[in-house]
Design a protein around this ligand. Structure first.
Ligand code: GAR
Length: 282
């Protein structure tokens, strides 16, 4: 067909290549986003990252990556704080590798225990690690300051406590209000607070004879295990359960599912907090 605009366009444009439907769709999405951005600029709207992320939510995940680069949306840098085996850290690493942590990446793993296996998991995944031992600081405040300095250096936007057994000082919790997520192995407000951690939680649940337990993912406040609840999942207690078998089932069926989901929701800007109530937007 004769090109109607004379000869001034380069030959490449005159004879378009065949393009795959997927490529065409992402091209359409890209131009749609550009039009949306220009429209916002014209209307004098100054969109923050949260609104930009909301705008690209209807698009498929591959397009969102293009769109994120296009809008220059900042990825949320995540720090995971650990003390032990790190199976929850592993669940986060695996989720990120599978592209299930939307708009976030694990940048740092901090351990309160130099022998934590979690450090090996992090190193294997190529994530930077640091060890901060509580006993090397004369007060909880000093510990909090050292941790804060480390997190600021890496521009951390979300802190995840994944089996972190050191209680953080109030000043630190206040500074990072609604930016620290913890996973706890029971249905809060049961079996939580000072002294309830790790296997002890399951021992207490079995001693009480509960028939259902589970896990909770929540924001961290100054009250131990008292922050706003993001998500919970119930797990049945089975006859003959030991603390170890119950811990394993709660981890597999609840913790390793809830935690990556909550982290992704946070990074994608889907969570809003009002007092003690967290709302998840679809
Ligand atoms: C997990 O069960 C986690 O819920 C719990 O410690 C375990 C750590 O396992 N956390 C608490 O009890 C906090 N109060 P992991 O190191 O294999 O992730």
């Amino acid at each position: 067909r004769k090109f109607p605009y004379g000869n001034f366009l380069p030959p490449k444009v005159r004879k378009p290549r065949r393009m795959s439907p997927v490529f065409l769709q992402s091209l359409r999405d890209f131009y749609f986003m550009r039009a949306a951005r220009d429209g916002c600029f014209c209307a004098g709207m100054n969109l923050n990252d949260r609104r930009k992320r909301a705008l690209c939510r209807p698009f498929p995940i591959e397009t969102r990556t293009t769109v994120r680069k296009f809008w220059r949306i900042q990825m949320t840098n995540i720090a995971v704080l650990v003390s032990g085996g790190g199976t929850n850290l592993q669940a986060l690493i695996d989720a990120e590798a599978a592209g299930k942590i939307e708009n976030g990446g694990i940048r740092l793993v901090v351990s309160s225990n130099p022998n934590a296996f979690a450090l090996e998991r992090a190193a294997k995944a190529g994530i930077e690690t640091a060890v901060l031992r509580r006993k090397e600081y004369d007060s909880a405040e000093r510990y909090g300051e050292a941790l804060d300095a480390l997190l600021r250096e890496k521009e951390i936007g979300l802190i995840v406590l994944a089996g972190f057994m050191t209680v953080l000082p109030d000043s630190f919790c206040a500074k990072y209000e609604n930016r620290i997520i913890n996973v706890h192995p029971s249905l809060i407000p049961s079996f939580c607070g000072e002294g309830f951690y790790g296997l002890r939680v399951h021992e207490a649940a079995l001693a009480k004879g509960v028939k259902v337990t589970g896990a909770t993912v929540h924001f961290v406040s100054e009250v131990v295990d008292g922050g706003a609840i993001i998500a919970q999942k119930a797990v049945e207690v089975e006859p003959g359960d030991t603390p170890e078998s119950l811990q394993k089932r709660v981890m597999q069926n609840a913790e390793w599912i809830l935690l990556p989901q909550a982290v992704s929701d946070f990074c994608a800007g889907r969570l809003s907090v009002s007092g003690a109530i967290v709302t998840r937007q679809e």
